[in-house]
Write a protein that binds this ligand. Structure first.
Ligand SMILES: Nc1ncnc2c1ncn2[C@@H]1O[C@H](COP(=O)(O)OP(=O)(O)OP(=O)(O)O)[C@@H](O)[C@H]1O
Ligand SMILES: [Mg+2]
Length: 511
């Protein structure tokens, strides 16, 4: 049975046609994957279904009858819930309070918190989520925060769930847990739309796949009857290019050296404990590990976004840069590609052009006395949008109007054009489609081949294996080893769970 049918949906933002005559349907009890490059129009289509955007044309039928959906309130009443690409939780509030807040806004009634706490607990039990309804959200790992978002939808009695890139921020283990919950839900009669860039998730967990490209549906296929290559070809309209090869280059001088670094997390607890390592020009040091083992704190300490505790030293080319101000880091050519584009990488209300010079606005190149040299900033932006294929090519619209993947490309373009000696990349391809991921990988490899130093911090083992010359595994703020990329995934998995690797030294001199 078709539980949802969307016909000839059109939506334009200015002259960007985000959806062109899109037809999409959902069967009861299926997991239907929605696949497509960054900016293909997936989120837009789902925002229309959820009532966040109004379509310019087209029809929607739910459970057999035509419906007009003007707001999320309408769609929830029709049984549709949505979990967004970026979490919308308030960290200071508890799990139940977060759920409560939305309900109160929707129903207008005063709700009884203890009673709701009970209901939340029932749902948690029913779906086997292991969450304490009274826990403040900030205390939860992202995997559980994701489940709070799902609970928020479920508690509204919906039977259709839209999940926009639900696993982008989850560890492999958390993702598996999520998918087993989703599988259970489909058995209970829930129907699920899953937006994801991860091909194996599509192949492993979906019943059907719809592929979008540049606002249009390319096709819908049964997962059993397709393969990754066909889907990739449908997505980008051509065969994928192979990533650039690693060139053999001789190791240059040490660029980054870190000695006995200790850093605390937001709760004032040790996040990085007496960590020492170095990165030389011409190599990529990959730091692998399960999320939450100090990666974010390490990245922030190295880029002066977080204080390094005393006794630690960060040296870049013989200059002590422990707790240096971010401006100095830019001056000495350290680039920072962060995963948290909404809060750290971009100013969402600034235009693309301004975001592309963020941090360099005081540079002679971009200023005219105390003023900004507008024509130059604009032509600079135009060039970067072209060479990094940022879509749409509009330098004057705010960062928030770009799709998630294109926001990431803006950060990448800006940071790469600083001509960095050292690149600190933290989850650089999170949320990127295959084409864009390849592009980022090639850029990092290019810098390495040019003799620059790259520190890659990633929870994606595939990414770590493809790029790294040496792999360090971080566990609870310490390295359990630094090994060569020939090391097996099993061995690295063990190190990720805290087992020390005997064949390596803390200094990372081996491998
Ligand atoms: N609020 C908005 N204002 C202006 N343009 C928008 C807005 N939302 C989306 N767009 C544009 O519509 C197009 C489709 O964006 P959408 O977010 O639907 O893509 P997506 O397929 O979800 O991409 P991603 O995988 O990167 O999340 C993009 O070109 C985007 O820039
Ligand atoms: Mg999207």
């Amino acid at each position: 049975m078709k539980i949802i049918e969307m016909q000839n949906i059109c939506k334009a933002f200015g002259d960007t046609k985000a959806n062109k005559d899109v037809c999409f349907d959902l069967q009861k009890g299926e997991i239907h994957a929605l696949l497509g490059e960054n900016g293909a129009g997936k989120t837009t289509l789902m925002n229309i279904l959820y009532g966040l955007y109004c379509s310019d044309a087209g029809q929607i039928s739910i459970k057999g009858s035509h419906r007009s959906i003007r707001s999320p309130r309408d769609s929830i009443a029709l049984g549709i819930g949505m979990v967004h690409q970026h979490f919308m939780l308030i960290p200071q509030l508890t799990v139940t309070q977060n759920i409560f807040l939305g309900l109160q806004k929707e129903t207008g009634f005063h709700l009884d918190l203890p009673k709701l706490e009970k209901t939340v607990a029932e749902y948690i039990r029913r779906f086997g989520f292991h969450i304490n309804p009274k826990s403040p959200v900030w205390k939860l790992p992202v995997g559980l925060q994701q489940k709070v978002e799902i609970l928020k939808a479920l508690i509204r009695n919906v039977d259709i769930l839209i999940l926009d890139e639900p696993t982008a921020v989850l560890t492999p283990h958390e993702s598996e847990e999520l998918f087993s919950s989703l599988k259970e839900m489909t058995k209970e009669g829930y129907s699920i739309i899953l937006i994801t860039h991860k091909m194996y998730e599509v192949m492993e967990h979906s019943d059907r796949v719809t592929v979008m490209r540049q606002g249009e549906v390319v096709g819908t296929v049964q997962t059993k009857e397709t393969d990754k290559e066909q889907l990739a070809a449908m997505m980008i309209g051509k065969k994928l290019e192979k990533p650039d090869a690693r060139q053999n280059i001789s190791l240059q001088d040490t660029i980054l050296s870190v000695e006995h670094l200790s850093v605390k997390n937001n709760n004032k607890l040790p996040a990085i404990r007496d960590l020492s390592f170095h990165v030389s020009g011409g190599e990529i040091l990959g730091i692998a590990g399960v999320d939450g083992n100090g990666q974010v704190e390490l990245g922030e300490a190295l880029t002066s976004l977080r204080k390094a505790e005393s006794g630690s030293v960060i040296r870049i080319k013989d200059q002590d840069l422990t707790n240096a101000d971010p401006g100095t880091l830019i001056d000495i050519k350290v680039s920072n590609i962060t995963e948290d584009r909404q809060r750290k990488g971009l100013v969402m209300d600034f235009t693309a052009a301004d975001n592309l010079i963020l941090g360099s606005q005081r540079k002679k190149r971009f200023s005219k006395g105390v003023f900004i040299n507008r024509p130059l900033v604009n032509s600079h932006a135009q060039e970067l949008m072209e060479s990094y294929d940022i879509r749409p090519r509009k330098i004057g619209i705010p960062a928030k109007s770009f799709s998630g993947g294109n926001q990431q490309k803006i950060i990448l373009a800006r940071e790469m054009t600083r001509e960095p000696e050292l690149i600190i990349a933290l989850q650089p391809t999170r949320g990127l489609d295959i084409g864009a991921t390849n592009f980022v990988w090639n850029q990092l490899m290019l810098k390495r081949n040019e003799g620059k130093a790259v520190l890659l911090i990633s929870t994606d083992l595939d990414e770590i294996y493809r790029l790294s010359d040496r792999i360090a595994v971080i566990y609870e703020g310490r390295f359990t080893g630094i090994v060569s990329p020939d090391t097996s995934a099993e061995e690295i998995g063990l190190m990720m769970s805290g087992v020390e690797n005997a064949s390596t030294s803390e200094q990372g001199g081996t491998a």
